[in-house]
Design a binder for this molecule. Structure first.
Ligand code: ZN
Length: 127
């Protein structure tokens, strides 16, 4: 009998306005009860060329635990409206998120990686 992984992963922004919408979206989308929530300011920036290497290490450690120890196979990277940690327009944030998706995908090839945009109404839009 095949057992589905029981965890999904969110690389979330620490912003309190996005937590509940994102976690509810991912639970609904995946049907998985447990969502590992790794929350830092402006997480898409953790993989830019100018990122703090210590922050990137912390993020990779958290993702590694979720994927390797918890068996997560779905990772979501969050960008959002009015982000103080990544204070750029939607287009720029989208570009950063795509770099993050590519980097995380190559680091964790066993997982599928997607970006999510949370709009000005705090609604989640898959990218
Ligand atoms: Zn933010």
């Amino acid at each position: 009998m095949k057992r589905e992984p029981s965890f999904a992963t969110v690389l979330n922004c620490m912003d309190g306005r996005v937590q509940t919408p994102v976690l509810e979206f991912v639970r609904k989308e995946t049907g998985i009860d447990w969502v590992d929530n790794l929350a830092i300011p402006g997480p898409a920036m953790a993989f830019s060329d100018h990122a703090d290497p210590h922050l990137r290490q912390l993020v990779e450690r958290g993702l590694g635990i979720s994927v390797k120890s918890h068996g997560s196979r779905q990772i979501y990277i969050v960008i959002h409206h009015d982000c103080a940690g990544c204070p750029y327009d939607r287009k720029t944030q989208h570009g950063l998120a795509m770099v993050a998706v590519r980097t995380v995908s190559s680091r964790f090839p066993e997982a599928s990686v997607r970006a999510l945009w949370v709009n000005e109404h705090w609604e989640v839009e898959p990218l």
